[in-house]
Unconditional design. Structure first.
Length: 530
């Protein structure tokens, strides 16, 4: 979006100023990677010095959805990756992640797939289950997998199953037994290292710190075995990470662990420990449990979280404000809706708003439990909705800001970044004041995949009226100033090369907008730089 994405400081349209001294493009690099859609063609700015005209159909061309790389475009014939055409049915197109050279000697490549095909850049990969193929941990991970096998930098690991793989770091995984580093079994003095937990490994004779691969003589390799990702036990004691605890030794069947979120719990007999020390909170140990993938925990009396108290200068044990009737257990409580809501019985706690909603219907509870992101609250009840911003949503065919009904027409309401429009008005939205009508703003229309909006006569950039609309098309976008650090208050800028019926123009977009006329024909600079 370039400088168009800057926050607005005024709801009044400004007029761009003419600046004949603008040093238009000489020595400036192209903003890249970037697709520019023109009426008769598609241009791809590949890097700072290369701009390509693609053979794409401008009528069907579209920028790939959820493409953080900004390198993928689609049309009715196939996929355009970094300026290269791949003829393929685009149904189910998805960018998966990066294939990085560990030594950074080769450029980064990108995994992507359609419904039936998997590619690395423009090369198709076969022998893989396309539907289940994914990155193991993150979009920039070295390990990938499908439902049948695990890969390191695209090469299969024959002895590692997808179901058993454990992620340790970008270079290391385990199948629960052997530890693999850079796709090969990790060795210590020629012996394969066996996985214990995320802190410890061992050979037949020695226990090792997995971070340093240094021996830990105080631990007994023969008897050491895992209790969880954080706890282990040998014949001498129980360990939290690398530290021996004061937890008494007991039979494994009397031990239970929970590794969730940032907390690592262990119950030994009738005693509960947190981080290897006795839990100081008065919990009912017999009914203790945790909400998966979170820091919330419970016993039969309530659901809790740990909170730092500035006045007392210590961590406090805080109980969620439900109306507790039925015992709390794994059947009566759940975490839902992208971990925003905690449900208990027929009540829901909103973590962001610190508020409890009570007496929910079975259909509302089912809605909250879904993975949908389209839920909003109105008058204490949950509804399926179209969410635009924080507190701004369409509910039951009307536009609301929180509980407040707005005057916007839901049938024609849409985002026209950085504004909203309906058939009657233009609006500006902020979290404090909600949706505000801007009567003085002209009726704008967003040009498809463009970084500007227009009315019947003019082009607007960053809230500034600039050039005449007739014959307008954006030819190129060049980098201007980029702040060097957080202390650099000089505004960023971009330079736009436009053509309209009058000729060619340079427009500088920063905290203000200015322009200069380049002439009826496009000037040719002697410099080899763009």
């Amino acid at each position: 979006m370039g400088s168009w994405a800057k926050s607005q400081t005024s709801y009044t349209v400004q007029i761009a100023t003419q600046d004949t001294l603008l040093n238009a493009f000489s020595g400036r690099g192209l903003v890249s990677p970037l697709f520019i859609l023109q009426p008769d063609r598609v241009v791809y700015q590949k890097n700072a010095t290369t701009s390509l005209v693609l053979a794409a159909n401008p009528k069907t061309f579209r920028i790939a959805p959820k493409d953080y790389t900004r390198r993928f475009g689609l049309d009715d014939q196939g996929v355009y990756f970094d300026g290269q055409f791949v003829p393929v049915d685009t149904t189910g197109f998805k960018v998966i992640g990066e294939h990085r050279d560990p030594e950074y000697k080769q450029p980064t490549k990108y995994y992507w797939k359609t419904q039936n095909h998997l590619f690395l850049d423009t090369q198709e990969i076969t022998g893989v289950d396309v539907s289940s193929f994914k990155m193991l941990y993150s979009s920039a991970d070295r390990y990938t997998l499908d439902k049948n096998q695990v890969f390191y930098l695209g090469k299969p690991l024959p002895n590692v199953s997808s179901a058993s793989v454990i992620y340790l770091n970008e270079a290391q995984i385990s199948d629960g037994k052997t530890i693999y580093e850079m796709g090969k079994p990790l060795l210590y003095k020629g012996e394969v290292i066996t996985y214990i937990n995320n802190y410890l490994g061992k050979t037949k004779s020695v226990v090792l710190n997995l971070q340093t691969l240094q021996p830990i003589p105080s631990m007994d390799a023969a008897s050491l075995h895992p209790l969880s990702k954080s706890y282990a036990m040998d014949q001498k004691g129980i360990y939290y990470g690398l530290t021996k605890t004061k937890i008494p030794l007991t039979d494994r069947k009397h031990i239970k662990t929970w590794d969730t979120g940032n907390f690592h719990w262990i119950k030994v007999g009738a005693t509960l420990y947190l981080g290897g020390v006795i839990c100081e909170f008065p919990l009912d140990v017999a009914s203790f449990g945790t909400l998966p993938h979170s820091d919330f925990f419970y016993d039969k009396k309530g659901i809790y979280y740990r909170k730092w108290d500035d006045k007392l200068k210590k961590v406090m044990h805080t109980k969620l404000p439900f109306q507790y009737r039925a015992p709390v257990n794994s059947e009566t409580t759940y975490l839902a809706y992208a971990s925003r809501y905690i449900g208990y019985d027929n009540q829901v706690y909103d973590i962001l708003e610190n508020k409890v909603y009570t007496n929910l219907s079975p259909s509302e509870i089912a809605l909250v439990k879904t993975k949908s992101n389209n839920i909003a609250v109105l008058n204490g009840h949950f509804y399926p909705s179209k969410v635009y911003e924080y507190k701004l949503a369409e509910i039951k065919g009307k536009i609301y800001w929180g509980e407040q009904l707005t005057t916007a027409d839901a049938a024609t309401f849409q985002m026209d970044y950085p504004y909203y429009i309906d058939k009657n008005h233009t609006y500006v939205y902020d979290r404090v004041h909600g949706l505000q009508q801007c009567e003085e703003r002209p009726r704008w229309q967003r040009e498809r995949y463009q970084m500007y909006v227009t009315d019947e006569t003019y082009v607007y950039l960053n809230n500034y009226r600039t050039l005449k609309k007739e014959g307008i098309r954006l030819l190129a976008l060049y980098e201007g100033y980029r702040p060097g650090c957080g202390l650099d208050k000089h505004p960023s800028s971009d330079f736009y090369l436009f053509e309209n019926k009058e000729g060619y123009w340079c427009v500088k977009v920063s905290d203000t907008v200015s322009y200069t006329f380049l002439g009826k024909t496009l000037p040719v600079h002697p410099s080899k730089k763009p």
